[in-house]
Ligand binder design. Sequence first.
Ligand code: EPS
Length: 387
Amino acid sequence: MRMLTAGESHGPQLTAIIEGMPSHIELLAEHIDHELRRRQTGYGRGRRMQIEQDRVQLAGGVRHGRTTGAPIALVVENKDWAHWQGVMSAEPVADADAGKRALTRPRPGHADLNGGLKYDQRDLRNILERSSARETTLRVACGAVGKRLLAAFGIRVAGHVLRIGEVAARPWDGGLDELVRLAEASPVRMADPETSERAMRHIDEVKAAGDSVGGLIEVIAEGLPAGLGSHVQWDRKLDGRIAQAVQSIQAFKAVEFGVGFAAAALRGSQVHDEIMYDGARGFYRASNRAGGFEGGMTTGEPVVVRAVMKPIPTLYKPLASVDIATKQPFAAQIERSDSCAVPAAAVVMENAVAWELACAFLDKFGGDSFVEIERNYRGYLEQTKRF
Ligand code: EPS
C-alpha cells in the first residue's frame, strides 16, 4: 500500500491518494473526521485552527461504506483559501501587486532558505506553502484509513505526550485503555491531570515570552503478530520504516524505540529481553526494552516508539536572518503561529505509525479482499502456534 499527498497550506484543498487498500474494509468519512478532529484540538494552537474545521470527502475507492479495492481519494478543503485566492491562484494573476507580495525573508528553522535555493524560487512562499505542517492533515487522514484495517485484526495504536518543554510526565506503565482515556481527556494529551495543568501553564509562560516549546511523544501499538517487517533487506526493516515515517513529520528531530538512546549507556544484560515460552501464550519476552522490534521485525510485544518535536520555529521573538533579495540582515518578521503543537503532533505521529503498520500488515498478509487477508493471517497464526 502506498500514498501520496498534494496541496498547499493556503491553497483550495489538500488531496491524498491511497493505492493498495483491499476491498470490503468498512470506511466512513466519520472514521477519518474523528481523527481530523483529534488533530485540531490541543492547547497551544494559534488562530488558524479557529478558521479550519477539517472534514474529509471520500472522492474515490469507497462505495456504500466499504472500500472497493480501487485507489482511495481523500480531499480536505482549506477554509482559509477564501482569504488567499489571489495570492495562491493557480492561474497567472494580472494584479501587479502579486509580485510585490513576494516573500524574501527566510525564517530560521523552516524549509524556506534551503527550498528556495534548491527549487530556484525567489518567492519563498512557494516553499513555505508546501512545507507547512498543514500537510499533516493528510498524514492523519491516511493513518485513519490504515487504522480501519488494523482494527479489523484487533491491532490498536495510541499516542500520548511525555514532555512539553520543562514539564515531564512519568513514564507510562499501565494498560492501553487507561492511557487512551486519560490522554483523550487532557488538552495536552498527557496521561496525568496534574502534569497536564503544569504543561498548560508552561505553554502560557513560553507564549507570553514570545517563544515556542517542543516536546516528547510516545506511541504504543498492541495486538501485532511477530514477524511484520523483515531482516533480509535494509528497506524492509519495519522499525526503520517507522523511523522514516515519524522523522518526516514536520518539526520532528529524533526517534527512538524501546530503551532507545538510553541503550548507549547501558550493558547488554540491561538492554536485551529474555525469551520465555508457555503453552498458552507461545513465545514471549520477559521485558520489552526492545520496544517491540528485533532484527527489523515485530516480536509480538507492543511497539513502543518515542519522538522529539522541536519548538516551532515561527517565533514572536525575532531571530536573525538575511533577506534573499537585498542580502541585508533583518530580524524575522512576526507571523501568525502556534506556540506549541506537540499535542496535535501526538495525533499525527500515532496515525503515521498506524499507516506504516497497516502497510507492513498488507506486505505480509496482503490480498485484494478482506476475506483473503483474513485467511492468510489466520493461517500464519496457526502455523506459528505449531512452531
Ligand atoms: C503552520 C503555520 C500555521 C499553523 C499550521 C502550520 O498556519 P498559518 O500559517 O496559516 O497560520 O496553523 O497548521 C495548520 C494549518 C494545521 O492544519 O495544522 C506551519 O507553518 O507549519
